[in-house]
Ligand binder design. Structure first.
Ligand code: F6R
Ligand code: ZN
Length: 187
């Protein structure tokens, strides 16, 4: 019996946070896209709108919403602040609250902010090698508190979905600022 080995569909560059493959998708979030995310909206709207805050690459080997599949992605958050508040992701709940996720840090320093339905908010430290299990009930956002890009890998179910609405409306229960070189979490 003959046997053929197929090439892998996606090749990762772990430390660089890069994925290569025909079906790999990507998106970038610029300061101009992040209206209402930072506390100081005046500072955000007067900053250069083309500045990239974070970018995501991901692979969906199943249809979104299909049960049983897994998605894989990587996010790079650049270093920087808006009105003293560190660059961060939008953050979201999963539309399906029974769907968990893993984040694993490749490079950089930051905080994973988690929030439950009652708006109780807490953080976990992210540093190279740190692995974070995100319960499906918890909203999640990542904040780059360092001076270099923060790169983390993620794996989540194909039917997790996204609920950005409640975060867009009310945010998380805390924000993270650079105060004279030290990290300040304000609730
Ligand atoms: C997927 C997931 C990540 C984020 C990415 C960008 O469930 O949590 O892939 O989507 O880190 O963050 P958001 O989507 O909050 O802008
Ligand atoms: Zn998620």
């Amino acid at each position: 019996m003959s046997h053929t080995s197929l090439p892998a569909e996606v090749i990762l560059n772990w430390p660089a946070g890069d994925m290569h493959g025909r079906k790999v998708m990507q998106s970038q979030k610029r300061l101009g896209d992040l209206k209402g995310i930072f506390a100081d909206e005046t500072a955000r709207s007067s900053a250069e709108p083309a500045t990239v805050v974070y970018q995501v690459q991901w692979w969906q080997p199943a249809e979104p919403g299909q049960e049983g599949g897994l998605f894989w992605g990587v996010t790079t958050i650049h270093p920087g602040t808006v009105g003293g508040e560190f660059y961060m992701t939008h953050g979201h709940f999963h539309a399906n609250r029974t769907r968990a996720e893993y984040y694993a840090t490749a490079q950089g320093e930051g905080l994973l902010m988690l929030m439950d339905d009652s708006r109780m908010t807490w953080t976990e430290k992210m540093s190279p090698g740190s692995l974070h299990f995100i319960d499906g009930r918890h909203a999640h956002r990542v904040i780059n508190t360092g001076k270099a890009p923060l790169i983390f890998w993620a794996c989540w179910p194909s039917d997790a979905g996204y609920d950005y609405g409640s975060i867009a409306k009310e945010g998380f229960g805390a924000r993270v600022f650079n105060r004279d070189g030290s990290i300040e979490i304000r609730s």
